[in-house]
Design a protein around this ligand. Structure first.
Ligand SMILES: Nc1ncnc2c1ncn2[C@@H]1O[C@H](COP(=O)(O)OP(=O)(O)OP(=O)(O)O)[C@@H](O)[C@H]1O
Ligand SMILES: [Mg+2]
Length: 507
């Protein structure tokens, strides 16, 4: 079969880094082709070249066997040739309806769009590909999974032949991911090619036909899914064997460190997010909190770290009452935080690495005089140590952190929060978007902190991860804790049921 798209000997340089080095890549019609590799390997850059967002330095692009003017390949050319991309940061106007967003995005639609016609196309596509979404709903009313469906519909309205999805499941719940896989398979059956970027090998094996692995900008190989296995792929990606099993030390919990007593809180939308929730995390313990996102996890992390007030109840840290919490108070009491929205909350995009690393503790004497005059040398050497320890791939420590690859940006925040050994840590899906080697590293870091006596609240929807690292697991549903179990006494199925059915399943 002839490829729909073929990229030949593509190279791309950025200041200080050869992001792609002679990469060959091709996609067959109707194929689901996974692009795998470590953080910073060049996956996003390669798809950005194909979609015309970046210009290549060297190489050739062929569409249906015909060579195009590769040097001037633009976003418009890509669109015209049916190459569509689903962006991670959805490009939707929150205050507009689904219908308005889709109409506005489509360049082929005249100035006064025929809303009735567009609406019926949305419904038609929805039926055909199980992309159901209410055309008249406002974007802010939609779940993440639904927003993604709107993006897919937008792409299909353009007559997309090749759909690029860059880590589409990173932000989805397990259930939403399953729904997405059905859509992707259906699209492929109908002849659309999918380029699927992911760090999760099980899902790659579940839905993909072929896999191309990149390592440090080089193409390591392309293999059929049926001819390979997870172990071999991990080795192709990382260059060594990877073990995702954390050896856990014996469970000997100490005194309570994080104690929440019947706390309630209100969400940004003024609805009740936490409802008289009580929870205790002890010294030397990893407490895993499972739940479908949107059940209060975000607000829970925020109240503990002082970002959101509680409306009733008490918060104690190591016995001290901090019910009237604030971010500075939380930092002073030694509460570390790996936030959910790492770009929005975790970093300032234009800062370089040294300032990003000491964003929270620059007031300390080792980094500044009275918090005003920064001790540059000390900060730089501290930064270099963390870069090495966390294996962060940078193009120079002073370049703005927004230029890092997705996973390496995560590592900056992880390095900052994990290197200080806080007595209490709130970690919100800390391995999301990380490659397999970095995931191994983060899990081991959490385990080390636990051995050193930290109380860790691990919030995640990744049940396998929760089962692998937690001592106890609680399930949050509608702002309440519905059950708490020792990890050894539960399993993924039972947790899944509690997550979706709440108290009814617990009773
Ligand atoms: N606009 C840019 N300017 C400078 N360097 C960049 C730019 N975009 C990407 N890079 C660099 O190119 C390299 C490849 O980045 P890319 O985003 O493709 O990685 P990735 O494989 O998608 O990783 P991840 O899994 O972390 O998303 C990285 O070293 C990154 O810092
Ligand atoms: Mg990427």
């Amino acid at each position: 079969m002839n490829s729909y798209v073929k990229l030949k000997q593509i190279s791309k340089r950025f200041p200080g880094v050869l992001a792609l080095d002679n990469v060959d890549f091709d996609v067959l019609p109707g194929e689901i082709h996974a692009l795998l590799g470590e953080n910073g390997a060049g996956k996003t850059v390669l798809t950005n070249i194909l979609s015309g967002r970046y210009q290549l330095d060297e190489g050739e692009i062929y569409i249906k066997g015909e060579k195009v003017e590769s040097d001037n390949w633009s976003a418009r050319d890509a669109l015209e040739q049916g190459i569509g991309m689903i962006y991670q940061d959805f490009m939707l106007v929150e205050e507009h309806t689904v219908l308005e967003n889709i109409a506005l995005a489509d360049l082929s639609i005249p100035f006064f769009p025929d809303y009735d016609k567009i609406q019926s196309t949305i419904i038609e596509l929805g039926k055909k590909y199980q992309l159901e979404v209410d055309p008249n709903a406002k974007i802010w009313q939609l779940s993440v999974g639904e927003k993604q469906r709107v993006e897919i519909i937008k792409a299909l309205m353009h007559g997309t032949k090749v759909l690029i999805m860059d880590e589409p499941t990173a932000v989805l719940t397990p259930q939403e991911s399953d729904d997405l896989f059905k859509i992707v398979k259906k699209l492929a059956e109908e002849g659309t090619s999918i380029i699927f970027i992911s760090h999760k090998l099980p899902e790659v094996f579940a839905i993909c036909d072929r896999i191309t692995v990149l390592r440090k900008g080089k193409q390591i190989g392309s293999v059929n899914v049926s001819d390979t296995n997870e172990k071999e792929l991990a080795k192709m990606m990382v260059g060594r064997e990877v073990f995702l099993k954390t050896d856990k030390a014996e469970y000997k919990p100490g005194n309570p460190v994080i104690e929440l007593k019947e706390i309630s809180a209100i969400s940004d939308r003024q609805t009740r997010a936490l409802n008289k929730l009580s929870l205790t995390v002890n010294k030397g313990e990893i407490f895993g909190l499972a739940g479908v996102s949107g059940n209060g996890q975000k607000e829970l992390a925020e109240v503990i770290t002082g970002l959101r007030p509680i409306t009733e109840g008490f918060i104690y840290i190591s016995g001290k009452d901090i019910s009237e919490n604030s971010p500075r108070k939380a930092i002073r009491e030694g509460i570390g935080h790996i936030p959910d929205d790492r770009i929005g909350m975790g970093v300032v995009p234009d800062l370089g690495m040294p300032k990003s690393m000491v964003l929270k503790n620059y007031r300390e004497e080792r980094f500044s005089l009275k918090g005003i005059f920064l001790k540059k040398e000390a900060i730089v050497s501290y930064t270099n140590k963390l870069i090495e320890k966390f294996n962060i791939k940078t193009t120079g420590i002073e370049s703005p952190v927004k230029l890092l690859s997705g996973g390496n940006l995560q590592k900056v925040i992880l390095a900052r929060e994990l290197s200080e050994s806080p007595p209490a840590l709130v970690a919100v899906h800390p391995t999301q978007g990380l490659d397999i080697g970095a995931t191994e590293f983060v899990r081991n870091s959490l385990e080390n902190q636990r051995i050193n006596g930290a109380a860790i609240l691990l919030i995640s929807e990744d049940l396998e991860e929760l089962m692998a690292v937690s001592d106890r697991i609680g399930v949050i549903y509608d702002g309440e804790i519905v059950d708490v179990m020792q990890t050894k006494d539960t399993n993924i199925e039972a947790l899944g049921l509690l997550m979706t059915a709440g108290k009814h399943a617990a009773a």
